[in-house]
Design a protein around this ligand. Structure first.
Ligand SMILES: *Cc1c(COP(=O)(O)O)cnc(C)c1O
Length: 373
C-alpha cells in the first residue's frame, strides 16, 4: 500500500483532459499574466462564495500582507491573533511593524477564543485575525460582535477553510471567508482548492477595500505607470487560474469526499480512549483540510509506529509561534499560552485527501488500534 498524506496526482488524473485542454489554451494564447482567464476565475469564485469581490494574488501570505496594507494600519498598531497557526499569520504582522497580540486557543477546536480576544482589546487594537484552522471556522459570530463594539477590523485567515460553511444562530449561513472585512485564501497545492504552484486571493464585500487591494497587489498603480501608493507585485498567473477554474467546479465534491473520509476515521477511532477525534461545533461545517487527532503523552511514539508501517502522518504545528526563535522579540515565554503549547505536543494529522480509499483508511485505523492494544 502506498498511502500518501495528500495525493494530488491521482486527483489530477480524474480531470486530466479538462486541465490539459485549459493549459493548452493558455499556452496557445500566450497571455500568461493578467488577462481574461484570471478575471474569469475571480468571477466564478466570487459567485461560489457569494461575496462581492475576489482579488487574486501571488499566495496566501501576500494576501494577508495586502489586507493589512489596505486597512492602512500604522506602525505599532495592535492586531490580535493566535500562536497556534501557520507562521504567515504572524509573519506579516511582524513585516508590517504591527504589534501582534497573541491569545490562546480553544483546546477542542484549536481556534481563537473570543473571550480572550475581548480581554486583550485596548485603544490601540485595530484588527483581529482569526484563523479557521484545519478547515473549521472560528467562532465568527462572537468575534464579529466584539469587532463591531470596538470598531476594529476582522481579517479572516481562511487559507485552510475554502468551502467551509458558517451557520449563524438565526440559521443564516455564509461561506468561510465572507464574514470579516477581508479574508485571505491560499491556493497552495495541498489546500482545499490547490493550484499547480502558488496562488492566493482576497475576499471582501467592501468596494473601496477591494479597489485598494487590487491596486496594492499591482504595485499601487492607478492607471498604467502612475502610482498612487506603495504596493507589491503579487499576482495569480493565467495557467494557475485556468487550473483553479476547472478544480473550482469540483470543490464541493472534494470537500464532501474529505468529510466522508473523516466520518470513517471517526467511526473506526472513536472507541480508543487514549485519543480524541476532531471536535465538531454547531456553528461551522468542517472541510477537513486536516483530520487532526489529539494524542496526549504518546503522540511521537504513535507517529513513529505509523511511519514504520509506511503510514505518513504529520504534526501541524510542533512549536507554537510564540516559542519560535524568530519571534522571541515579542517577549512571550513558555507558559504564556498553555493550550497552544499542550496542543503542539498532542496533535497528529492523519492522511486526508480526496482520493483516500476505504482500504487505506482501514489499514491506518487498525494500525492505530494495534498501537493502543
Ligand atoms: C497556507 C497558509 C497560509 C499561507 O499561504 P501561502 O499560500 O503558503 O503563502 C497562511 N495561513 C494559513 C493558516 C495557512 O494554512
Amino acid at each position: 500500500m502506498n498511502i500518501q498524506m495528500v495525493d494530488l496526482y491521482s486527483q489530477y488524473l480524474k480531470i486530466k483532459d479538462e486541465i490539459d485542454r485549459e493549459m493548452q489554451d493558455i499556452i496557445r494564447s500566450s497571455v500568461f499574466v493578467k488577462g481574461g482567464k484570471v478575471l474569469e476565475f475571480e468571477e466564478n469564485l466570487k459567485n461560489y462564495l457569494d461575496v462581492n469581490h475576489v482579488i487574486s494574488c501571488g499566495n496566501g501570505t501576500d494576501a494577508l500582507q495586502i489586507a493589512l496594507m489596505a486597512l492602512d494600519l500604522k506602525e505599532g498598531n495592535e492586531v490580535i491573533t493566535t500562536p497556534f497557526t501557520f507562521v504567515s499569520t504572524l509573519e506579516v504582522l511582524a513585516l508590517m511593524k504591527l504589534k501582534p497580540i497573541l491569545v490562546d486557543v480553544d483546546p477542542d477546536t484549536f481556534n481563537i477564543m473570543p473571550e480572550l480576544v475581548n480581554q486583550h482589546i485596548d485603544h490601540n487594537t485595530k484588527a483581529i485575525v482569526p484563523v479557521h484552522l484545519y478547515g473549521q471556522c472560528a467562532d465568527m459570530e462572537s468575534l464579529l460582535e466584539i469587532a463591531r463594539e470596538n470598531n476594529i477590523f476582522i481579517i479572516e485567515d481562511a487559507c485552510q477553510a475554502l468551502g467551509t460553511e458558517y451557520i449563524f444562530k438565526n440559521g443564516m449561513t455564509a461561506k468561510a471567508g465572507t464574514m470579516g472585512d477581508i479574508a485571505c485564501n491560499s491556493f497552495f497545492p495541498t489546500k482545499n482548492l490547490g493550484a499547480f504552484g502558488d496562488g492566493g486571493a482576497l475576499f471582501t464585500n467592501n468596494h473601496e477595500l477591494a479597489q485598494n487591494m487590487r491596486s496594492i497587489a499591482n504595485h499601487g498603480m492607478s492607471k498604467r505607470y502612475y502610482y498612487q501608493q506603495i504596493g507589491m507585485n503579487s499576482r495569480l498567473d493565467a495557467l494557475q487560474a485556468a487550473i483553479l477554474d476547472v478544480k473550482l467546479k469540483y470543490l464541493d465534491q472534494y470537500v464532501q469526499s474529505r468529510q466522508t473520509a473523516a466520518e470513517l476515521y471517526d467511526r473506526e477511532l472513536s472507541g480508543i480512549r487514549e485519543i480524541s477525534i476532531p471536535a465538531r461545533v454547531s456553528f461551522s461545517s468542517h472541510s477537513f483540510h486536516q483530520y487532526t487527532l489529539k494524542v496526549p503523552g504518546k503522540r511521537d511514539e504513535l507517529q513513529r509506529f505509523l511511519n514504520s508501517k509506511n503510514i505518513p502522518c504529520m504534526v501541524y504545528y510542533p512549536v507554537p509561534l510564540h516559542l519560535q526563535e524568530a519571534y522571541q522579540y515579542l517577549g512571550y515565554q513558555k507558559g504564556d499560552f498553555p493550550v497552544a503549547e499542550e496542543l503542539s505536543e498532542q496533535v497528529l494529522s492523519l492522511p486526508m485527501h480526496t482520493e483516500l480509499t476505504e482500504g487505506e483508511q482501514k489499514y491506518i485505523t487498525s494500525a492505530i488500534r494495534e498501537f493502543f492494544s
